[in-house]
Design a protein around this ligand. Structure first.
Ligand SMILES: [Fe+2]
Ligand SMILES: [Fe+2]
Length: 326
């Protein structure tokens, strides 16, 4: 066990060098990147109330399930303190504030922070949401934390974040296109820019894992296998509403997402396939025997999961969320 942790730390120190060099390829300059204010009505202008009226008129057309998914997505974004504190606990993230890992974590958090901020303000102005109920869920989710099966292992962590950033890219992108269909072009633009941030972040995390494969292929493969056996759970899997137990709202949120085709079992498989391809899993060399078996498992997994997804029925049960008015 001792050896295991030491090796992880060594690899992380090795990658930390690249972090400082490459970080800004994956992030955008703060002075010019979009801010929530670019999309939202400006309260210092006379046109403010008219703009809110327009915003509410477009939001009126959004379906119940779409609003529910948007709220779930927003709460997930708003639980950012959980993700930031968790990243700093990862083995090998040196406590040097100016080191590559701590700096990456801060800069990543700073970009992500705009997501919850923008969506929250939109939902507040939309007139569709019981804000108090949503805020209770947000506070609960941050208080409850999460358990995603990575421990403090950097390999498992960055496999998780690679997957998760791709998943959020898909779901924000789909909300954007559905909002457009309902005629809410503002919401569509908002979710579009968020989705493209998520895509950039996915590239960063995929790059970290690529680097890990270069120096510790067998362990990286075993970590990938382990995460896929456990299944990648979403960071909001503890989602609840007032009066409910931990995690009790989560299934209703994912049901709505599956029903609308915003994030489905097939998307899960597509993300897995993308990672298999991007990390060249098929052609990684120098694996030990155990890691060869892990590769076998991973390579066969998409087919297996697709067969399961085929048999899955669309969850039809509608659910009344406390978050939504009326
Ligand atoms: Fe985000
Ligand atoms: Fe993200």
């Amino acid at each position: 066990m001792k050896f295991f942790e030491e090796k992880r730390r060594e690899v992380m120190t090795h990658i930390e060098k690249y972090m400082l060099e490459k970080m800004h390829d994956f992030l955008k300059p703060i002075d010019t990147i979009w801010q929530p204010a670019d999309f939202l009505p400006d309260s210092s202008r006379d046109t403010f109330f008219n703009e809110i009226k327009e915003l509410q008129e477009s939001a009126e057309g959004l379906s119940y399930d779409l609003i529910a998914v948007l709220i779930g997505d927003t709460i997930t974004e708003e639980a950012l303190p959980t993700y930031e504190s968790w990243l700093t606990m990862v083995e090998g993230v040196s406590k040097d504030e100016e080191g590559g890992w701590m700096k990456w974590t801060r800069y990543w958090t700073a970009e992500e922070n705009r997501h919850g901020d923008l969506l929250n303000k939109y939902l507040y102005l939309s007139g569709r949401v019981n804000m108090r109920m949503m805020e209770i869920s947000t506070q609960y989710l941050i208080a409850d934390g999460f358990d995603i099966g990575t421990g403090t292992d950097p390999y498992r962590n960055f496999i998780y974040t690679s997957f998760q950033e791709l998943a959020t890219n898909v779901s924000h992108r789909r909300v954007a296109s559905q909002a457009k269909k309902y005629g809410d072009t503002l919401l569509s633009k908002m979710c579009g820019v968020i989705a493209s941030d998520e895509a950039r972040h996915a590239k960063a995390y995929k790059y970290f894992i690529e680097k890990i494969f270069e120096v510790d292929a067998s362990e990286a493969m075993l970590a990938f296998e382990d995460m896929m056996r456990k299944k990648i759970v979403m960071p909001a899997h503890f989602l609840r509403e007032v009066g409910l137990k931990i995690g009790q709202t989560f299934g209703h949120f994912t049901d709505a997402a599956q029903r609308l085709g915003i994030y489905t079992a097939v998307d899960y498989v597509d993300i897995l396939k993308e990672l298999i391809e991007d990390w060249h899993i098929e052609s990684v060399s120098g694996l030990n025997e155990e890691a060869e078996k892990a590769r076998d498992y991973i390579m066969k997994l998409p087919e297996r999961l697709l067969r399961v997804a085929d048999r899955m029925k669309n969850p039809m049960l509608e659910y009344k969320f406390s978050w939504i008015n009326g």
